[in-house]
Ligand binder design. Structure first.
Ligand SMILES: Cc1cc2nc3c(=O)[nH]c(=O)nc-3n(C[C@H](O)[C@H](O)[C@H](O)COP(=O)(O)O)c2cc1C
Ligand SMILES: C=C(O[C@@H]1CC(C(=O)O)=C[C@@H](OP(=O)(O)O)[C@H]1O)C(=O)O
Length: 382
């Protein structure tokens, strides 16, 4: 299975194509649209989110609510296009110059992209923008629906925003609050403090980052492989997560704490129960050993840097005069950690779905379900 996306932040639309999706899988537009809506929420988002109302349009690869096995093509329209059409399509110098960026923003692709591609900064930022993640969420949502039909659950939480840490819990009630609300860390006091940080950041022309966690539940042991570097599940998840704009680090389970502890406090003892099979007594590894899922929950942590566009900008260099000037200011979010969480859940869904299809190659979803159940029975009764 593979996918491609295309589209500029202020272009007409975003496009995505999934190839290799088995036929006969139920796909709900409503669920994709719910995920797209959730990605637009959260305190700290800028003016653009008041313009967009993301919804998916299925173009091909689906009939009667089921995948056909043909490439699944999707579109998401940019409502902001109506304000940018001239700037994005005109060949008139005045139009092209009107939104030219000559003072690249630190923390963005602006400068290096313009140097590398011998082009102007706008051509770089249009594609580097996290607008593109809307389509990655749509794509991830399609395969996440398949995962859910197999009983695999993906859930995520924001664990900190700019140094304010949320009180975490594994209770069902807490997870329901976190998952079902438009955006919540499940800890009202932390939310209050985060809101305060956000207000300060806005006043000071600053921006915020944070920490995120994604979990994958009910996966069997044996997805991914130890045999080749690019088949390792942890490496593939890390690549997908780090490819999300502004994500700068990934760890699994107890993560970097593992470097501070003795081995006996890090590794997870193996247990066995008839009718249940092998299990681990703890899950410090975060569900992956030797590049393979080990049957415990996959627990992945990520860090998002503060948004790079600052309303009180850092120094930059004017590309023509080479003078030191303030970096350009484009309309911007001040914090997008809750939105990034939705993106992470969906890029993780993609990698897990790919790994499942590698272990259980299938052209049709019922075929996949049969192989999946047989394997799960084997693991239980071994
Ligand atoms: C959901 C989301 C929204 C974002 N919104 C903005 C934004 O409004 N302004 C901005 O400067 N960067 C924003 N970013 C981050 C930049 O796109 C990103 O930092 C930049 O493209 C450089 O890539 P890198 O940080 O991965 O190196 C956002 C990122 C995500 C995931
Ligand atoms: C458009 C989205 O996020 C954008 C990501 C982004 C960036 O530089 O990454 C910059 C901003 O773009 P604009 O200048 O048009 O407001 C964000 O709004 C989105 O998430 O759908």
């Amino acid at each position: 299975m593979r996918f491609l996306t295309a589209g500029e932040s202020h272009g007409q639309k975003l496009i995505g194509i999934i190839e290799g999706l088995p036929s006969g899988m139920t796909i709900s537009k409503e669920l994709v649209d719910q995920a797209l809506k959730k990605r637009q929420q959260g305190p700290g988002r800028g003016g653009r989110m008041a313009i967009e109302q993301d919804q998916v349009l299925f173009i091909s690869g689906m009939r009667g609510g089921l995948s056909t096995g043909a490439p699944l093509a999707m579109e998401i329209l940019n409502r902001d296009w109506e304000n940018w059409e001239k700037i994005m399509t005109s060949e008139e110098k005045a139009d092209l110059e009107s939104r030219k960026v000559l003072t690249p923003r630190p923390g963005h692709a602006d400068l290096t992209g313009a140097l590398k591609y011998h082009t102007e900064v706008r051509n770089i930022l249009e594609r580097a923008s996290a607008r593109e993640t809307a389509m990655r969420v749509a794509i991830g949502s399609v395969v996440r629906q398949g995962l859910s039909q197999l009983g695999v659950e993906i859930r995520g939480r924001v664990t900190a925003v700019s140094g304010v840490h949320a009180k975490l819990s594994e209770d069902d009630g807490y997870w329901q609050r976190v998952q079902q609300s438009e955006w919540s860390v499940g800890d009202p006091e932390a939310e209050r403090q985060m809101g305060e940080r956000l207000r300060e950041a806005r006043e000071q022309g600053e921006s915020l980052g944070g920490l995120l966690e994604v979990q994958v539940l009910h996966l069997p042991a044996g997805l991914g492989s130890h045999v080749q570097w690019d088949r390792k599940l942890d490496g593939r998840l890390a690549q997908a997560v780090l490819s999300v704009q502004a994500i700068k680090g990934v760890s699994f389970g107890i993560g970097f704490d593992a470097g501070e502890k003795m081995g006996s406090l890090v590794h997870d003892p193996i247990g066995y129960q008839p009718g249940q099979g092998f299990y681990r007594e703890s899950n410090h590894a975060g569900g992956i050993e030797g590049g393979m899922s080990n049957g415990e929950a996959i627990v992945l942590h990520a860090v998002m840097k503060p948004i790079p566009t600052l309303y009180k900008p850092l120094n930059s260099v004017h590309l023509e005069t080479k003078e030191i000037v303030k970096a350009s200011v484009e309309r911007s979010d001040v914090c997008a950690v809750p939105a990034a969480l939705v993106v992470l859940e969906h890029v993780v869904a993609w990698v897990i779905a790919e790994a499942i299809l590698e272990k259980f190659p299938a052209d049709s979803f019922p075929e996949l379900e049969t192989a999946w159940q047989t394997y799960k029975e084997y693991l239980k009764n071994i």
